[in-house]
Design a protein around this ligand. Structure first.
Ligand code: NAD
Ligand code: IPM
Ligand code: MN
Length: 325
């Protein structure tokens, strides 16, 4: 039996994840779905945002559908999502940005870089160690190469090797692996790349980069498709996989029924695709398109339809297409 852990998390996670869960349950009623409560809300009540037991429970699932968690900028608070990515060794963060005539896959290294967690904090000086290992760089670029081969067959490496020695290693490993695989590969400094992706999105296929650069680049690139409400992600390791929108808990709009659930729905589509049902993933996307075509939109896209109502429209559309296999 396929087991799906559902983590709503915080903020708009409570609004967008139920919509995505409905889509999954409609297509796959045979899966077992079980909730796991982690995040800032849980910390406020119990003083613990995520216990070791929660991680063990998540490890019993075949896949995790994750909303978003609030990570307050407090020195002693450890981000739950970062902890999970490390605990489940979800080293590849895949963030597809797909629009009219372009299809970019951002492949973000997800376990090291500036997110190494190796930090020192004194009242007068704080340092964070940026770590690039051969093993970490090799496994992420191999994943990126594999994806590029299944797609348009081009790789771009985003880095800052002009300044950072850690990125000299990252870039050199990426270029060497691409060459060995016979894959056309370009490189660009991450700052210039961030602008060029916006100006010439059609020039890109797979972009591989280090942890924080991928974090920033994916929010930037979401501009191409209408913002953060639309971009999903997959966090993949060799044993576990977790699917979540690129956006966060959006406290500014939480509880108002105005969040766009498309990123969460697309994350659910990536989840069932990963489980082997690529057709179901396409059906979710087609249901989203059918609703958008009728001008039904949430506020971020210029409409006035609520999260719940938009979700219901997608579920109705999905119900119409689901038996066409
Ligand atoms: P955010 O992504 O939550 O929000 C940025 C902006 O985008 C906000 O104006 C928000 O209203 C808007 N937005 C985001 N998702 C939207 C949606 N589905 N529909 C419509 N508008 C949407 O980023 P932030 O405000 O910088 O961070 C808020 C909190 O979320 C922080 O605590 C941060 O640490 C956390 N966060 C968590 C994750 C995660 O769990 N994976 C990811 C990013 C941020
Ligand atoms: C993301 C988020 C997280 C990150 C934060 C909340 C730790 O911004 O998933 O993009 O930096 O990876
Ligand atoms: Mn981010």
């Amino acid at each position: 039996m396929t087991r799906v852990a559902i983590v709503e998390g915080d903020g708009i996670g409570h609004e967008v994840i139920p919509v995505a869960r409905n889509a999954l349950e409609l297509l796959h009623p045979e899966y077992e779905y079980f909730p796991v409560d982690v995040g800032y809300g849980r910390w406020e009540v119990t003083g613990c945002p995520c216990a070791d037991n929660d991680i063990l429970e998540l490890k019993t699932a075949d896949v995790v559908l994750f909303g978003a968690v609030t990570t307050p900028p407090m020195k002693d608070y450890q981000s739950v999502v970062l902890r999970l990515r490390k605990a489940l060794d979800l080293y590849a963060n895949l963030r597809p940005v797909k629009g009219n005539g372009f299809d970019i896959m951002i492949v973000r290294e997800n376990t090291e870089g500036l997110y190494s967690g190796i930090e020192e904090f004194t009242p007068d000086r704080a340092t964070t160690l940026r770590v690039v290992t051969r093993e970490g760089a090799e496994r992420i670029v191999r994943k990126a190469i594999q994806l590029a081969k299944e797609r348009k067959g081009h790789l771009t490496v985003g880095h800052k090797a002009n300044v950072l020695k850690s990125d000299v290693l990252f870039r050199d490993i990426c270029l060497a692996e691409a060459k060995a695989a016979g894959l056309p590969c370009s490189e660009k400094f991450i700052d210039a790349l961030s602008l060029d992706v916006l100006q010439h999105p059609k020039a890109y296929d797979v972009v591989v980069t280090t942890n924080i650069f991928g974090d920033i680049l994916s929010d930037v690139a979401s501009y191409l498709v209408g913002g953060l409400g639309l971009v999903p992600s997959a966090n993949i390791g060799d044993r576990y996989a977790l699917f979540e929108p690129v956006h966060g808990s959006a406290p500014d709009i939480a509880g108002k029924n105005i969040a766009n659930p498309i990123a969460a729905l697309r994350s659910a589509a990536m989840l069932i695709n990963y489980l082997g049902d690529a057709h179901g993933g396409e059906q979710i996307e087609s249901a989203i398109q059918q609703v958008l075509v009728h001008g039904i939109r949430t506020r971020d896209l210029g409409g006035s339809t609520g999260t719940k109502e938009f979700g219901e429209a997608v579920i109705q559309a999905l119900d119409r297409v689901k038996d066409i296999r």
